[in-house]
Design a protein around this ligand. Structure first.
Ligand SMILES: Cc1cc2nc3c(=O)[nH]c(=O)nc-3n(C[C@H](O)[C@H](O)[C@H](O)COP(=O)(O)OP(=O)(O)OC[C@H]3O[C@@H](n4cnc5c(N)ncnc54)[C@H](O)[C@@H]3O)c2cc1C
Length: 339
C-alpha cells in the first residue's frame, strides 16, 4: 500500500504539550527587562583578554521557534540578538527558487487554525492558497478519497462506502470531531493522556481504519508510525484540521518566517553565526561563536535549535535534564537560560 497524503504538522510552540516538541526550562529568574539595554562593546585596545560583547537576551536559532520568541521579545520592548548558523531565517521552513520554480524544503502544509500562528501572522499578506480538505489513500490498487463531510459533502458520501474503514469507523470519526470541537485547547492540552494508538482503540476504531488511515496520516504528522504520541496532541491536531484550511503561501512556505523576521528591529538578526558553546557563569549566560567571538547576555539565553544540537550545546549546563518522552522523531528544543 502507498499513500498520497497532506501532512500538516502541529505548531511546535505549544506550551502545554509537556512530552512533545519543545520543552521550556527556566533555570533562573531573569532580571527586570527595563533595567537592560543592548550594549555591544567595541573590542578593547589594551592587552587584557577581550570582554565578551553584551546583549539583553540572546536567542539561538532563527527557525519558527526562535522567530516567535524574538517576536514576543520585540512586543515587550526587550532587547535581544537572534543568532543563526544558516544564511537565512526559517530553519526547516525554507523555500528555494530554482529556474523560476518555488521549491519548499520538505513537504510543507500550513494549517490556518494553529492558535499561535493566528496570533503571530498576518494571513492576508501571506496570500494563502488552499488545498482540498481530505486525503487520497492508495489501497487495493487504486486511490480512495477520504474527505471532510462539512466541506465536501458529496465526496464524503463516497467516503462512507470506501474500504478504508467500516461505516461505524466513519461515524466514529464524526463523533471524534464533535468531541474535540466541544473542548477548549486548554482542556485538550491538560486532559488525561494516553498514546494515540490507545485512544483510537478506546474510541472503538477498527484495526483496518487505524492501519489504512490513522497510522499513515497521523504517523506522518507526528513522525511516529507507532502512534505513541500523546492523545493530547492527537486531539489538538484533529481539532485544528477540523477548524482550519490546509494551505500554502503563494510565495512558498518561507513567506512565514520572512514575515516574522521583517517585523524584528533592524540589526537584531545575525545570520551565518553558529554558536559553538554556551556558558552559564554567576547566573549570566554567554555564547561563543564559531568565529571565536563571545557574546554575553544580560538577561538570558533562549536556545531554539533542533534537539540534538541543543543537547550538545547544553551538555552539563542544565541543573536538570529537559523533560523528554520518546516519540520516534527529532523535535526542536526551546530552553530559556535565565541570566
Ligand atoms: C520535511 C519536513 C516537513 C515539515 N512539514 C511541516 C508542515 O507541513 N507543517 C508544519 O507546521 N510543520 C512542518 N514541519 C515541522 C516544522 O518545520 C518544524 O516543527 C519547525 O520548523 C521547527 O522550528 P524550530 O524553530 O523549532 O526549529 P528549526 O526550524 O530546526 O530551526 C532551528 C534553527 O537553529 C539554527 N541552529 C541550529 N544550531 C545552531 C547553532 N549552533 N547556532 C546557531 N544557530 C543554530 C538552524 O540553522 C535553524 O535555523 C516539517 C518538518 C520537516 C523536516
Amino acid at each position: 500500500m502507498s499513500l498520497t497524503l497532506s501532512l500538516p504538522f502541529p505548531n511546535p510552540s505549544l506550551p502545554s504539550l509537556s512530552s512533545h516538541h519543545h520543552h521550556r526550562l527556566l533555570l533562573s529568574k531573569p532580571p527586570k527587562a527595563s533595567s537592560t539595554q543592548i550594549s555591544i562593546d567595541s573590542p578593547p585596545s589594551n592587552p587584557c583578554p577581550p570582554l565578551p560583547k553584551k546583549t539583553g537576551v540572546i536567542v539561538i536559532g532563527a527557525g519558527l521557534s526562535g522567530l516567535a520568541a524574538a517576536t514576543h521579545l520585540t512586543s515587550q520592548n526587550i532587547p535581544f540578538l537572534l543568532l543563526d548558523a544558516s544564511d537565512a531565517v526559517g530553519g526547516r521552513v525554507r523555500t528555494d527558487t530554482v529556474q523560476g520554480f518555488l521549491l519548499d524544503r520538505g513537504f510543507q502544509i500550513f494549517i490556518t487554525s494553529y492558535p499561535e500562528a493566528q496570533k503571530l501572522l498576518n494571513y492576508q499578506t501571506l496570500d494563502l492558497k488552499k488545498f482540498y480538505s481530505g486525503a487520497k489513500i492508495f489501497y487495493g490498487g487504486r486511490f480512495h478519497t477520504v474527505s471532510d463531510p462539512l466541506r465536501h459533502f458529496f465526496d464524503s458520501l463516497q467516503t462512507l462506502a470506501n474500504p478504508i474503514g467500516s461505516v461505524l469507523d466513519k461515524l466514529l470519526i464524526a463523533s471524534t470531531r464533535i468531541r474535540v470541537l466541544t473542548k477548549s485547547d486548554e482542556e485538550i492540552l491538560s486532559s488525561d493522556e494516553v498514546s494515540t494508538a490507545e485512544l483510537l482503540s478506546r474510541i472503538g476504531f477498527s484495526e483496518s481504519v487505524v492501519d489504512r488511515f490513522f497510522r499513515p496520516f497521523f504517523g506522518g504528522i507526528f513522525f511516529d508510525a507507532r502512534l505513541e504520541t500523546t492523545s493530547r496532541l492527537f486531539d489538538f491536531v484533529f481539532k485544528c484540521l477540523a477548524l482550519g484550511d490546509n494551505t500554502l503561501p503563494a510565495r512558498g512556505i518561507s513567506a512565514i518566517p520572512e514575515q516574522l523576521a521583517a517585523r524584528l528591529p533592524a540589526e537584531s538578526v545575525r545570520l551565518n553565526s553558529r554558536v559553538v558553546s554556551i556558558d552559564v557563569e554567576e547566573g549570566l549566560g554567554s555564547v561563543r561563536l564559531e568565529s571565536g567571538e563571545r557574546l554575553r547576555s544580560e538577561m538570558g539565553v533562549i536556545v531554539a535549535v533542533e534537539e540534538p544540537e541543543a543537547v550538545k550545546l547544553l551538555a552539563g549546563k542544565l541543573n536538570r535534564d529537559p523533560v523528554r518522552k520518546k516519540t520516534g522523531s527529532e523535535h526542536g528544543l526551546l530552553v530559556f537560560l535565565g541570566g
